[in-house]
Design a binder for this molecule. Sequence first.
Ligand SMILES: [Zn+2]
Ligand SMILES: [Zn+2]
Length: 294
Amino acid sequence: MRRHEPAATDEPRPYAGRSAVLATMHRKEDAIAPALNTTLGLVVVPASGLDTDQLGTFSGEIARQGTMLEVAVRKARLGMQGAGLPLGLASEGSFGPHPAIPFFAAGMELLVFVDDERGIVVSESLIADATNFGRLVVAPGDALDPFLERVGFPSHALIVRANEGSVTAALAKGITDRESLARAIATAAAASSDRRARLETDMRAHLNPTRMKSLAALADRLARRLATPCPACAAPGFGRTGSRVGLTCEACGTPTEMVLAEEYGCSACGCREERPRSDGLIRAPAQYCPECNP
Ligand SMILES: [Zn+2]
Ligand SMILES: [Zn+2]
């Protein structure tokens, strides 16, 4: 925790002993509950009988409508309605090419906390560089071992479907053994006009230990944020909301794309605060300058 943020223990814990419902069908509570309980005393209960797939699936049968944050809030509210609780949690993940590093896969994880008593929505997100996200197109009998090793099979599950045709053609999810995998590949290849099957990592949390680790790290961030009161109104959840680029070049003073300041904010009163970089850097090295090093 940064030195200028009030320590969690300085303040009474506003959620100690309270229950929040986590909207999940994929046992995310195993990853998310511990940090929130340790840091806040919040009791996380999984929603029962909830169909979060209606808000979108990774495997593409149902497209997600809206931003990750919008879907996560919608999902949290679904859980809150079902459980009759004013506090709710939900997470959303998105996987694909890394935003900054071409040819690398990355995961974006978002965790949201909705408090209808205070009227606040507090979220945290992270870019998970460690993701097993991947895909491979194969014909029956092709060598799979390098791919299977890279994606962590069988501790991490796979999805198989026809390489061509509709997204649900010969779709098999949650595959965690070789025999089912071979059978699914044969079925999917037979259903595809090019006689090939498409293998993809199953990103549902309970079938993906790497994702569970990311979710635990994210829950820790959210817990620390909720333990940080707003300096103006004391509402829980004060924290970093973004950053402003423009750190100036050490040689010529030209603004660069490097971060100049961190932006902090409160989701209750809307107060904003800008803080200098936490690493103390006040000038950009000339190598990052568009003038000195175009
Ligand atoms: Zn320069
Ligand atoms: Zn505030």
